[in-house]
Design a protein around this ligand. Sequence first.
Ligand code: GLA
Length: 388
Amino acid sequence: MYDKQVVQQATAIHAETYGKAPTTVSYAPGRIEVLGNHTDYNEGTTFSAAINMGHAFCISPSNKPGVRLTAGDLRVTAEFDPTNGDPLEKKFQWANYVKGVIFFLRDFGVEVDGIDCTFLGSIPMGAGLSSSAALEVATAYAVLKHAGREIDKIDIARIGQKAEHDLAGCSCGLLDQFSSIYGVDHGLIHSDFRSLKTYPVKLPDDIVFLMINPHVKHALAESPYNARRKSCEKAAAQLDGLVDYEVKALRDIRFDDFIALKDRIDPEAARRATHVVWEIHRVEEGVKLLKAGDIEGFGQFLYDSHETSRTAFENSCTELDTVVEAARAAGALGARLSGGGWGGSAVALVHAAEAEAVCAKIIESCKAKGLEPTAEIIVPSAGATVVM
Ligand code: GLA
């Protein structure tokens, strides 16, 4: 189910701005990362879910050349040439995700010109809920519909990723775009970033997630994200020289071999890889736990994940640690930082009937520690769609 309200608001703003109703409207959700932190670009596996908040994207044809793009919240319009792939000047930075997607769609023979566009999102910015990936996916769905074209969903995800790499400077994996595209109502998505396949996994009916945002500034291009990716690649290359099989990415090192060999590689790379290798292991074990209905065991993996984030990958921060500890004390089944880290939100796994009470307890104990967090109850939702 998509966020109807944001679609209606975007449509109204589009009509006000350009004096005509949109002819195409799409919607793409944000995501929560549930388990498998920083495993995507290591060709590993993840659990994630699309959320009940997202971006709406509207298009109508224009008789003027170029693309006009209005940010529905700012009521500001940027204008650009769809055949140019360079980032826009700083004050129009928000338009780069859309510009990148429109430009890279050209590699698939999808060429648009003379369009008026509007986007509006219900995802809080900087909360670590992949607002930018949702915008990229919504853009691609709308532009493809407008052009009367279809391309593979994996290519849509890759185009979004390329916009992040080339126009926003973050060497991200494909997790965020995959989650926005392949989300399922009330289920998790188990993704494999080597085969590029996704599998829906049903959640017990009485399970929901809490997203608790301690409001720490979060911008991945400025964070150590790209440096962590390099450390993981270094660890894989060094491990490759120590075993008699190929380690192309951290995905390939066998868990027991890693434990036996990690002290023989660069110590910093080994620490970063420790988190990733454990995460891949936890996702694989997590599949079995969910199949067996062991939600408590699965929840414990979330706490374990946060622990190796904190100690080995070092992508947590005091505020997120405080939230996770508050969630544990409040009786959540599991909690961890969700997404890149160094800010953003923590996700907690809870029984639906206890969600309100657990949420109130978390907020109260965070406030007692000087934080002003906000919290949302997240219902896993379906992926991107063309609305009209
Ligand atoms: C961000 C990136 C993803 C992924 C996560 C960490 O959300 O965009 O590709 O690497 O961080 O798991």
